[in-house]
Each structure stands twice: as C-alpha cells, then as structure tokens.
Design a protein around this ligand. Structure first.
Ligand SMILES: Nc1ncnc2c1ncn2[C@@H]1O[C@H](COP(=O)(O)OP(=O)(O)OP(=O)(O)O)[C@@H](O)[C@H]1O
Ligand SMILES: [Mg+2]
Length: 246
C-alpha cells in the first residue's frame, strides 16, 4: 500500500498573548491510498488543527507532514498554493459555495482558476455532479438547494482537480441525520469505488462507522485507533470512542 499522507511526530503550538496552547503534541499517522479515515475527539482535541496542517493551510511547529511525498511546509508560498489547489480537496461544515454561481459553475471553478475552461471542463463538472447524485441540479444556485445538496456540490468541487486527498472537517455538522448519512455513504463509496483517499473529522459515531479506520485524538495526541466495522456498528464505535477518550 502506498502512503498518501504521512504525519510524523507533529507538534503545533499556538501563542496568543502570554498564553501558549499545544494543539498537537507528537501526532504520527499514515493514510494509505484508497483509505477512508475518520478522526474523532472531543472539542479542542486538535482535530481541525491536524486537518488544516494536512491541507497546508498552516505549518507544524515541529515534525513533518508529507502529502504524496511532498513536504508542504518547506515549499515556497506560490508552489504551496498551486499544490494545494491541484492536489488537495477540502470540504468544510459550512459548504463555502459561491452564492452567485450555479452548482455547475461552482464545481467548474477550480479548473477556471487554473486558466482551463471549455467543453471538457464542463463535462467533468457534469459527471462529478452526476456522481454525487445531482444531475438534476446543475443550474441551481446554493440558496435554491438543501444543505445536503450544497455539501454534495462542495464534494464534487473538491474532486474537480482529481486531488491526492479529500479532507473534510465536520462535513455533516450542519445537516440532519438523513442528509448526513448520504454524505457519509458518498465519502465511503468514493474511497471504495473510485479509489479516493479521504480523511474526515467528525464527532458523530454514526458517520465514523462508515470509515475504514477511526483515529481518536485526545489532548493533541493519538489516543488510539480501531476499525469501525461498517455502518451498522455505530453503537460499537461510540463505545470504543468513549473508552479511548476516557
Ligand atoms: N489559531 C489558533 N490560535 C490559538 N489557539 C488555537 C488556534 N487554533 C486552535 N487553537 C487551540 O488549539 C486547540 C485545538 O483546536 P482545534 O480547533 O484543532 O480543536 P477541534 O478538535 O477541532 O475542536 P472542535 O471539535 O471544537 O472543532 C484548542 O485548544 C484551540 O483553542
Ligand atoms: Mg474543529
């Protein structure tokens, strides 16, 4: 198996005024190609910090993070921006779609930023929207779509550049359980059927149950990990999680 993400003994400290916070305190983690990993942990345990570092939005205080073998922290700014745009797909709790653009235009946008446009670009966007079950919503603007639909557009947009990794921070945090489940099912099938590599932060045992692995953070460290065993095992996931966070 090949490692898409290698997190090596990463520390992240934040200084705000007098106080310093150690958000990550020696985290190591490998995510292989085609794997779907869920990251759980209580509020403040460092989940978003870890995801931001993997996505190159911030740099570790010490340690190393390699994405497809590349160390984002050592790249010059411009190279890092391009790498992030081309190789990393991100999805957030709040969808972050552009309100004036249609679903199709939102998905096409990453390619337009690359200066690529035209027919094959629109075709790829259409096929991705079809993949996430939205072929009937191409011309809808975000405000004319449900939260679940908007999040599926955001997933399609994140896949537009065919990234090495798809990172999601609480992707179902704003959704009811039915629409949340659609997103978890989608992320799992992207890994299993399309070979995508996915890391998703969540506090929902029901969502984490869809993943291949659950990694639990506690106070900025990896408290442990386990295989959830499938969507029907949410209560087991909740129990293992509770054990690990104490
Ligand atoms: N930019 C920042 N400046 C200072 N402290 C920060 C910053 N970002 C995060 N922290 C601190 O680092 C710790 C970890 O934060 P992080 O956002 O990673 O937690 P989280 O696990 O995602 O929590 P939640 O479930 O509430 O989203 C927290 O104590 C937080 O206050
Ligand atoms: Mg967070």
């Amino acid at each position: 198996m090949s490692a898409v993400v290698q997190v090596k003994d990463v520390q992240k400290r934040f200084k705000t005024g007098e106080a310093a916070v150690t958000a990550l305190d020696g985290v190591s983690l490998i995510v292989n190609r085609g794997e779907f990993a869920a990251v759980m942990g209580s509020s403040g345990s460092g989940k978003s910090t870890l995801l931001h570092l993997m996505g190159g939005l911030d740099r570790p205080t010490s340690g190393e993070i390699l994405i497809d073998g590349a160390d984002l922290a050592r790249m010059p700014d411009r190279e890092r921006t391009l790498f992030r745009r081309r190789r990393i797909g991100m999805v957030f709790q709040s969808y972050n779609l552009l309100p004036t653009l249609t679903a199709l235009e939102n998905v096409t946008l990453p390619r337009m930023l690359e200066g690529v446009n035209g027919q094959d670009c629109a075709e790829r966007a259409r096929s991705l929207l079809d993949r996430v079950g939205l072929s009937g919503r191409l011309s809808h603007r975000p405000q004319a779509m449900s939260g679940g639909e908007q999040q599926r557009v955001a997933v399609a947009r994140a896949l537009m550049m065919n990234p090495a990794i798809l990172l999601a921070d609480e992707p179902t945090g704003n959704l009811d359980s039915k629409h949340g489940e659609q997103i978890w099912r989608l992320l799992a099938s992207l890994a299993r059927e399309d070979g995508a590599t996915v890391v998703a932060v969540t506090h929902e045992a029901r969502g984490a149950a869809f993943a291949d692995r659950v990694v639990v953070l506690r106070d900025g460290r990896v408290a442990g990990e386990f295989s959830p065993g499938g969507e029907e095992h949410a209560s087991l996931v909740a129990a293992r999680y509770a054990e690990l966070v104490g």
